[in-house]
Design a protein around this ligand. Sequence first.
Ligand SMILES: Nc1ncnc2c1ncn2[C@@H]1O[C@H](COP(=O)(O)OP(=O)(O)OP(=O)(O)O)[C@@H](O)[C@H]1O
Length: 559
Amino acid sequence: MAGSSTKRYPLYAKDYELFEEVGEGVSATVYRARCIALNENVAIKIMDLEKCRNDMETIRKEVHIMSLIDHPNLLKAHCSFIDRNSLWIVMPYMSGGSCFHLMKSVYPEGLEQPIIATLLREVLKALVYLHRQGHIHRDVKAGNILVHSKGVVKLGDFGVSACMFDSGDRMRTRNTFVGTPCWMAPEVMQQVDGYDFKYLAHGHAPFSKYPPMKVLLMTLQHAPPRLDYDRDKKFSKSFRELIAACLVKDPKKRPTSAKLLKHPFFKHARSTDYLSRKILHGLSPLGERFKKLKETEAELFKGINGDKEQLSQHEYMRGISAWNFDLEDLRKEASLVSKNPDDEMCSSETRELNGNQDMPKRNPMVQRSKTMSLEMFKVSDKASDTMSRSNSLTTGAILPSFHRKFLPAIGYQVGILSDESNARRPSKGAAETLALEETDQVEPLADTKQTLTVEEPDQVEPLADTKQMGKAETELEKPKNGCTVSHVNRAASEILPLLQSLLVQNDIQRDKVIRLIRFFDRTAETENPISNTEGVQVCMLFFPHCGLMWVLSMLNLRA
Ligand SMILES: Nc1ncnc2c1ncn2[C@@H]1O[C@H](COP(=O)(O)OP(=O)(O)OP(=O)(O)O)[C@@H](O)[C@H]1O
């Protein structure tokens, strides 16, 4: 990548002196550093490419965007290069740190209105520019809003941004479920499942106390939050109005970034000097603040050790973007029931699932089904209605198959686990309907439940009495290649929710799930491929949603 200005930044690690750590994300660590040749303070984001969860294309895109953008409120990379297994991205050093860190370490009670207005005006300017260039950021949050000691505000982290005008393969990116769940707009979450603003947290992201999947599922059922608590009285009418406008659920009714900039609330905004005087003056160096924060966090979370749910919550509370799920992968996962798995691969993959030595002894996937609150997976009829309606509004024909297949699979599992009588009475539910609909398309899949149970006898919650289920399903069964619809449905109703919970616990199990998904994926053709028009439609939804992200960040700021 070429240098970002007339200055030429060297492209070798030896030309930089690395100092203390000043930030940490999911995929990278950020250091204060000095460019020796230019005698200039810089920040260097170092990504270990071997450990990095993002694929090369995502990383390449981040670097590419960081090199192309040219706006005072966007964090442009000076240069980037590979050093052994790591990617180094050299960028301006934002000595104030991120707003997230500022709030966590110095302003736990939140920031004053003129400061919020000033910060957000700067972020909006960046978004307006990005949108005009055809980009959508998709992860606007306090952790990605960086402040320089002089009060300059820059939006950073383009790891999950997308281009609004991509086509072909890259179009998929726009349908990728990326970002940080707490800051996501409903329509972004709806691509996968539900979303709900029950209440807004103050001083942390909405729902940050919940496990990520809960955040996703606590969706759609409630009216958008407002600033109408007693404690919010200190905020002006214009601020409340702005919040209300940004939190409208229908993205089409939400103002664009450009329109928001004209909102009367921004009369409260001041100069960036003001920011520097009011919030940065007298602060200890960023590295010190960061170190302290890390120590506090370590203290807070020292008991959680291997618990995946708590770990992911930990990531969550640290405000990092822990999830990068691919909608397309999930859709394919959901459509496995209806496709034609290859017998051989099927059994080998099932063997892998059950017998692979890599499989952790205490399989969290299995444990999870036992310990997870059922409420987490409950999606009320009303909610799923709303979801379907919203989906047809927002994503057109992209999602029906997902909802038809995936949500019912979850519902089926809930029924089985939550109600003993239900477990023995196969409901006239979605799984059956599905079986009826897709009888002639289904190919065999091994009885994974049985083998899972064998592997984890003391941990596995029996998912259902399959004999009973089988009885009622007999009429639906149409043997084909030695297997039946009910086999597949049973396997699917067990595997899909488990896969989903695995995904939620991310990281460690993620690779395994992806392997499974790929296997099923390989055996299935894609249904309803995303058309250009739909892609653009989805993409356009992200445009106003940046406004929402922005307001959520703002709520976090003031909390
Ligand atoms: N140029 C910079 N100057 C000072 N601090 C920075 C700079 N860039 C990033 N940071 C700090 O490092 C943190 C992590 O950086 P970044 O968000 O780019 O990493 P990431 O792995 O993409 O994280 P995530 O995916 O969680 O957003 C930021 O939240 C911020 O606090």
